[in-house]
Every structure is written in structure tokens, then in C-alpha cells.
Design a protein around this ligand. Structure first.
Ligand code: NAD
Length: 438
């Protein structure tokens, strides 16, 4: 019989993981405490924008093999349970808020009456898995028959479906051969397709995820530090990145200077990593991440300062078009979005901001209802004194600078992502300012 899978938490990670498991041929139930999210998924509608997700939901919703519910009892029959709930930053510290992971395990445990594998996918502080294994052994009726493993997730929003079906590696943190065998069974197709598997212990599996994110954050803040230096030295950080990126040991990917990283992962993950290192008495090992975070946050400030400079010393009553609200393109996620943060700062300083995003306006409105939002990029730009390009949607690259020059008040653009065609914009009469570029 084919495996039965439960997926606890059906957000950006869990919803995609659930359809991915259905695509592998398993019978899947997705469980979440958010009744609206569950209702949308049960209707076959993705509750957020993720390319390819609607199609896969539609494909599997009709088969009866993929269902969604708020009732944890539906997980009772599953052979494997994936924990995919959120681990956001706590309000009162840098640490991760573990309430949701613990709550999910506590809600699931009473239904674990037969042997099964509980697999954590959420990004957690090292040591969480061992603590959860104890918690599970004490509260599940089957006791230690509910085994715990960790299988961290590396998907990128915007490419989540592709990354789930074709990950570049699988990491299995296990404490027994049986757990490894089960995970190899779950991912048999993915492994047959050539995906490398790293089998390790629980703490290593947890650390792999946070260290990968710490490295990516470091790479971005490194090039943004070079952007700061380039600005004061009159150099061009994009050329610098091209040149150092040709060195295979460095590589060009993730070397795009701009307004920095954001989203529901990198910022909170490096902070939680620092907090955990402190608890383990190893603050010094990760002290550099505080600087990575600080460099990143300075990028947002840099744009606000640049707007003020280009607007003649004050942003009050200046009309500022903000192109982009999502933290990155191909996503509607606005969690810790640099674009929205910049828009918010300018709004609070008295600028007349107009924000446009192709997919993220609805989410942006939920967390920043007082910001004015536009229906189109042209509407946002009409009458603007400064245009900000803050999320790299293709739609913004395709804008015609000549047409836009005709509708703004003053043709001044700040390219927060350094990816517009500077020559074309200048040729159309714009004052073009990139970040870390002359
Ligand atoms: P999310 O906020 O989109 O989804 C979390 C979901 O968990 C929500 O739908 C929430 O209602 C649900 N939930 C909370 N408590 C619950 C409970 N007790 N029982 C059942 N459901 C519950 O978050 P996300 O982006 O999907 O992230 C989930 C985890 O995956 C985090 O640890 C994150 O760091 C990690 N992760 C995310 C990504 C990504 O790109 N989003 C990539 C890799 C890893």
C-alpha cells in the first residue's frame, strides 16, 4: 500500500510539501489551525501566490488523495508526519518562537497510537529535535514508537514547487536505521532522480539549515558592504561583483548589491542562530552575524536617505512611487520586506507614497493598511518626484522609461536592485541612481 502522509502546518512550506507528496503518489492530509487557509486549500485554491502551486492543487484535489483539515484526528492513520509550522522571531528577543512547533507536536501526539515517523521540516534552533523526541515519547500513546527525525527544507519561495520536486540535496537527521529507511522510502523517486542524500544526526541536520542561511545572508551583506565602499570610493559594485564572481571559489550568485535581504527566513534565522549560540555559550562564534544583520538593515536606511537627498533635503509632501512590496519577485510574501519597510519609513516621514506590486498588495495592505496602494505601476508613478524600484519583478524591467518620463513630475529613479537598464533610463532623460554605483 502507498504511504500515508500528514503535513502539519500548510503555509508557504507545508502547502507546497503536501502537494509535492501527493505528486509522489502518496495519500496526503494537510492540517493547519488556520481554518480559512484550510478551506481555500480544500477548494483547490492556493492561499498565497506561488508559481505552479494552483496547477498541482487542482491536479490532486479531485483524486481524493490530497485533503486538508483543521482536525488532527485525520493524521491518526499516517505513516509519516511532517512538521511544517512557523518558527518566527519572538517579539521580546532575537530567538525563534517555538510555541507553534511545540503546539503542533502536542496536538498530534494523542493520535499517535501506532508506530510512525514524525519528521521536522521547520527551521529550528539546534537541540530542538532531541527535546521534541522526549516530548513525543512522553505524550504519544505509542511512546517511543513515534520516532523523530529532522529533514530540513531548503526551498526558495517563487521556486517552491520546483525545489520541492527537484531539491538540490536531501538531509536526513536520524537516530536509527529504520528512520533512515523510511525517509529513503518517502523520497525514493527523488533519490532515483539523482538527488544527493546526506544522512546524519539530529543536531547536524538542524545546523545544516541555519548555517546555509547564515552563509547566504553573509554573501549578500558582504557585497552590500562592498556597495557602501564603492559609493564612497566612486566605484561600481556591479562590475566588482562580476569580476570577483568569475572566481569559481566565490561564484556570482547571491552577489547582487541592493536593498538587502528580507522575508520570513533569512533575517529571523540568523537572529535565532545567534540567540541559540548564546544559550550554548558560543556567542563569539556567531558574533559576525550581528554585523551581517546591521549591514543589511543599513541598506534600507540608505534608500530613505537617498530619497531625501534627491528630493532636495526633505521627503515631506514629495510624491514617491514605490515599485514592489514583496520581499522578492515571484512571491506575494511581505514578511520583513525591505521594499515595504522603505515605503513605510518614507510614509511616516511625510512623503506621499504610492505602492504598487503585481502580487503582494493584498498582503501588504494587511500589515500596513495606512499606506496608499496603486492598481498599476503607471498609476503609482503618475506625478511622482522620485520612483523607487525595490522588487525585481520582470514587469518593472519591462517598463518603458520614455513613457514613464512623460507621466512623472521629475524623472528621478533609484534602482534598489541594480537591475534596470541604466543607459536606457538615462537616455530617456532620467536621473538614474543605483546602489553602490557612480
Ligand atoms: P507560514 O507562516 O507560511 O506557515 C506556517 C503555518 O503553520 C501557518 O499556516 C500556521 O497557521 C500553521 N500553524 C501554526 N501553528 C500550528 C499548529 N499548532 N498546528 C498546525 N498548524 C499550525 O510559514 P512558512 O514560510 O511555511 O515556514 C514554516 C517553517 O518552514 C519555518 O520554520 C520556516 O523557517 C521554514 N522554511 C520556510 C521556507 C520558506 O521559504 N517559506 C523555506 C524553508 C524553511
Amino acid at each position: 500500500m502507498s504511504l500515508r502522509i500528514s503535513v502539519i502546518g500548510t503555509g508557504y512550506l507545508g502547502a507546497v510539501h503536501a502537494v509535492g507528496m501527493a505528486e509522489l503518489g502518496y495519500t496526503v492530509v494537510g492540517i493547519d489551525v488556520d481554518a480559512d487557509k484550510v478551506a481555500a486549500l480544500a477548494r483547490g485554491e492556493a492561499p498565497f501566490y506561488e508559481p505552479g502551486l494552483d496547477e498541482l492543487l487542482a491536479k490532486h484535489s479531485g483524486t481524493g488523495r490530497l485533503s486538508f483539515t483543521t482536525d488532527f484526528a485525520a493524521a491518526a492513520d499516517a505513516d509519516v508526519h511532517f512538521i511544517c509550522v512557523g518558527t518566527p522571531q519572538r517579539r521580546d528577543s532575537l530567538a525563534a518562537d517555538m510555541r507553534y512547533v511545540e503546539g503542533a507536536v502536542d496536538s498530534l501526539a494523542p493520535y499517535l497510537t501506532t508506530e510512525c515517523l514524525v519528521v521536522g521540516k521547520s527551521t529550528v534552533p539546534v537541540g530542538t529535535a532531541a527535546a521534541l523526541a522526549d516530548r513525543l515519547a512522553k505524550s504519544a500513546p505509542v511512546g517511543a514508537g513515534a520516532e523523530l527525525a529532522w529533514n530540513p527544507e531548503f526551498l526558495r519561495e517563487g521556486f517552491a514547487v520546483e525545489d520541492t520536486l527537484h531539491p538540490d540535496r536531501l538531509v536526513f537527521g536520524v537516530t536509527s536505521d529504520e528512520a533512515e529507511r523510511r525517509l529513503r522510502e518517502v523520497y525514493a523517486q527523488t533519490i532515483a532522480d539523482g538527488t544527493p542524500v546526506i544522512v546524519t544526526d539530529l543536531p547536524t541536520a538542524e545546523l545544516v539549515k541555519v548555517s546555509a542561511n547564515a552563509f547566504l545572508a553573509t554573501k549578500i551583506s558582504f557585497i552590500n558592504a562592498m556597495a557602501e565602499i564603492s559609493e564612497v570610493a566612486g566605484a561600481d559594485v556591479t562590475k566588482l561583483a562580476d569580476a570577483i564572481g568569475h572566481d569559481a571559489r566565490i561564484g556570482r550568485k547571491f552577489l547582487n548589491a541592493g536593498i538587502g535581504f528580507g522575508g520570513g527566513c533569512l533575517p529571523k534565522d540568523i537572529r535565532a542562530f545567534m540567540a541559540r549560540a548564546g544559550e550554548l555559550g558560543a556567542s563569539h562564534s556567531l558574533a559576525f552575524l550581528a554585523e551581517i544583520d546591521a549591514i543589511n538593515l543599513r541598506r534600507r536606511q540608505r534608500v530613505v536617505d537617498l530619497v531625501r537627498e534627491l528630493a532636495g533635503g526633505s521627503v515631506a509632501n514629495r510624491r514617491v512611487a514605490v515599485l514592489g512590496a514583496a520581499f522578492k519577485p515571484h512571491s506575494d510574501d511581505v514578511r520583513d520586506s525591505p521594499a515595504l519597510n522603505i515605503a513605510g519609513q518614507l510614509h511616516l516621514q511625510g512623503a506621499r507614497v504610492s505602492v504598487y506590486d503585481p502580487k503582494a498588495t493584498e498582503n501588504a495592505r494587511k500589515i500596513f493598511p495606512t499606506l496608499p496602494y496603486a492598481e498599476t505601476a503607471l498609476d503609482a508613478c503618475r506625478g511622482a518626484h522620485v520612483v523607487l524600484h525595490l522588487t525585481e519583478w520582470q514587469e518593472f524591467r519591462d517598463l518603458d522609461p520614455a513613457e514613464l518620463a512623460g507621466i512623472v513630475e521629475t524623472p528621478v529613479v533609484i534602482d534598489g536592485r541594480n537591475c534596470l537598464d541604466a543607459e536606457a533610463w538615462r537616455a530617456a532623460g532620467w536621473t538614474y541612481r543605483g546602489l553602490g554605483r557612480p
